[in-house]
Design a protein around this ligand. Structure first.
Ligand code: ADP
Ligand code: MG
Length: 341
């Protein structure tokens, strides 16, 4: 397009210097940052280092005309959710970008502003990365490092039969937003649509809650829901060698999601929406198993974290078996979550 300043005019190093290096904050633990061959971090002896990475690909995870400001935020947020799911404190990240030379500078400015705002909100620092040109689509890879006390990281293993199962926030909003976008479904209420879209584009990684679950040693097992509730529960059960029962009527829904369910024209349509809520991805809520007797502590945690926490079922003995119930009646297990291959 004529008149649009593209990143080709800025060059790789111009881009890094003007749009990414300014995101790096000086801090004691950062011995060497952007500008050398590798970053040098001072990791306390009392801590374990957590490392997670997530790639966002144009065409698979976002579209070229998506808001780059929200995309910058989301790229970091999906990684923050993984550190939350280990009970850790997120600290540093690297950014690998593959960009076609025709991308406008303004796109990268907005993307960088999104990273900066989420980085500030969750107190994580950009410490390096890689910037390359591509003839193909945009690819964004963030690697996020976090800290957790030695031996204290929470994982998917450790759920025990009889444990209560909890989730944070509400389930299914993001997938409803995505469905509207993909024209698989129409959301008519503009406020509800805005809410679903917000939940899809701007997930709220539950970092404080994850850390509290770790510090209080309340959760036996913990996972974040990126690929859908049923699928993630499957991972947790497999790793823990247990099964689970979910009482679907207890799964916390937003008012907007309730309205969508209530608006279903037929029982079949309602079932299909419920199925989508239970299996659709991108909620980035936490799912965790807690000892049966710990209900009071969980209530206290809900107040302290300011995050809604809802009991949705139980861990059972039968390894790998996940049963769903609606008002006491078994319902058929929906297909698992999103798969790339
Ligand atoms: P090298 O040639 O050693 O790979 P580069 O020239 O790719 O180094 O990068 C120069 C410096 O800029 C490095 O410190 C690298 O971490 C940093 N960097 C490159 N791209 C980014 C980016 N997108 N965001 C932040 N830092 C970056
Ligand atoms: Mg490089």
């Amino acid at each position: 397009m004529e008149g649009v300043r593209t990143i080709a005019s800025l060059g790789e190093f111009g881009l890094i210097r003007t749009l990414f290096a300014p995101l790096q904050q000086a801090e004691e633990a950062l011995v060497t940052g952007i500008g050398d061959d590798a970053a040098v971090l001072a990791v306390p002896r009392t801590q374990h280092l957590l490392v997670t990475t997530d790639a966002l690909l144009e065409g698979s995870h976002f579209l070229r005309d998506d808001d780059p400001y929200l995309l910058g935020q989301k790229a970091l947020r999906v990684n923050l959710s993984d550190i939350a799911a280990m009970g850790g404190q997120p600290r540093w990240y690297t950014l690998s970008l593959a960009l076609p030379p025709s991308i406008p500078v303004s796109w990268v400015e907005e993307f960088s502003r999104g990273l900066a705002d989420t980085g500030r909100e969750y107190q994580v620092n950009l410490i390096g990365g890689d910037t390359v040109g591509t003839k193909g689509c945009i690819a964004i890879t963030i690697t996020l490092l976090g800290l957790v006390g030695r031996g204290r990281a929470l994982g998917r293993k450790g759920a025990r039969p009889g444990d209560r199962l909890f989730v944070s926030g509400t389930i299914g909003d993001a997938t409803l937003g995505l469905s509207h976008r993909l024209r698989r479904m129409t959301i008519n209420n503009p406020d509800d649509l805005a809410w679903f879209q917000r939940r899809f584009h701007l997930p709220e990684p539950r970092v404080a809650l994850g850390q509290m679950l770790q510090e209080t040693a309340l959760a036996h097992a913990l996972i974040d829901i990126s690929d859908g509730l049923v699928s993630e529960l499957g991972h947790l059960c497999r790793e823990s060698g247990v099964g689970a029962a979910i009482y679907t009527e207890r799964v916390p829904l937003s008012d907007a999601a309730r309205r969508v369910l209530a608006g279903a024209a037929t029982p079949e349509q309602k079932e299909s929406i419920l199925r989508q809520i239970l299996t659709g991805g991108e909620d980035y809520e936490l799912l965790f198993a807690v000892a049966e007797g710990a209900l009071d502590q969980i209530e206290a945690l809900e107040a302290r974290s300011g995050t809604r926490i809802t009991e949705i079922g139980r861990i059972t003995r039968e390894a790998g078996v996940i049963s769903l119930f609606e008002e006491g009646h078994p319902i058929k297990l929906p297909e698992g979550g999103f798969r790339h291959f």
